[in-house]
Design a protein around this ligand. Structure first.
Ligand code: SF4
Length: 299
């Protein structure tokens, strides 16, 4: 028989998580006083699909080299792709460069603080726009990432895992818990993500250390198994077109000279897959053909 979770007592969730976060949150660059809005935007681009431990060193290098959007906008987009290096999903580097150009041209070099203005920038989706408005400027909005969704699914809905993402539903669920005060709301947004990253992890949550264990609906119900819809599983990286794109891009990054078809042919055995990967890189603007059979990073 499936256990039914009782309704959670949600009033205490935000204060408990916020107090826990202030005592236990990691010391990360984007949480330090004086960290710039540009730094927050760059960090959110990098964190979209890359773990914190790989982002921190690359972020510091990046901000040393390009401390403002104006500085990044002044160099060719290919330099952003080169510096992106091993962070993965390199289209983010092109979008970040395009956003830097837009901030320079439309906003006088200052990262905007309004969610709609942020959403109008290249590569900025709903999560990133809200995160910058909240964490860089202290605006009061719900910010929902994977970790937030998992904690709410467990603590409030009494389910082991969240249902597949649903923007309106997820924002409403977070809004219900959000403190009225903007400073507290920002701390709660960061705190619930941190709780999901460190304690309420996907496998083997550390409930004994959890500040909301006494009101968690999933724990109270005896940890019933998840029976709802599942999100799609991502394809394997090894052997995928994504891997081949990564190999070609690494070759383009490694030199300031054009890379030839002959050199690219030596990177991977399957010529058809190489062709598909190269076509994709050219279509995405991550590579340009300087003459037939010869390629570089974009200008
Ligand atoms: S008690 Fe356990 S399952 Fe519930 S929110 Fe805390 S860590 Fe997650």
């Amino acid at each position: 028989m499936t256990a039914i979770a009782p309704p959670a007592d949600t009033a205490g969730i935000a204060p408990a998580i916020t107090a826990w976060f202030r005592a236990n949150g990691r010391d990360l660059p984007w949480r330090r006083d004086g960290f710039s809005a540009w730094g927050t935007l760059v960090s959110e681009f990098m964190l979209q699909q890359t773990p914190v431990s790989r982002v921190v060193p690359r972020l510091e290098e990046w901000l040393e080299r390009w401390p403002t959007p104006v500085a990044l906008a002044a160099v060719p987009a290919g330099e952003a792709v080169r510096a992106w290096a091993s962070l993965g999903y390199p289209r983010r580097a092109l979008w970040l460069h395009a956003a830097a150009v837009e901030i320079t041209e439309r906003h006088g070099g200052v990262v905007p603080e309004d969610v709609d203005a942020l959403l109008a920038l290249s590569g900025v989706g709903d999560y990133t726009a809200r995160a910058v408005a909240v964490f860089a400027y202290g605006r009061r909005h719900p910010v929902v990432d994977t970790n937030t969704r998992r904690v709410i699914a467990r603590a409030v809905a009494g389910q082991a895992d969240p249902a597949p993402p649903g923007r309106v539903r997820d924002l409403e669920a977070m809004s219900t818990l959000l403190p009225v005060d903007a400073t507290e709301a920002a701390a709660f947004n960061a705190g619930i993500m941190e709780l999901g990253a460190l304690v309420c992890v996907a496998r083997n949550p550390r409930c004994a250390e959890c500040p909301i264990r006494n009101v968690c609906a999933w724990r109270t119900a005896g940890y019933p198994a998840y029976s709802g819809p599942r999100k799609k599983v991502q394809k394997k990286y090894a052997g995928s077109d994504r891997q081949v794109r990564g190999l070609i891009l690494a070759e383009l990054r490694s030199t300031h000279h054009p890379v030839t078809d002959l050199e690219i042919a030596g990177l991977w055995q399957d010529a058809a897959q190489l062709g598909r990967a190269m076509t994709g890189l050219l279509a995405d603007g991550l590579a340009v053909m300087v003459e037939p059979g010869s390629y570089t990073l974009p200008d």
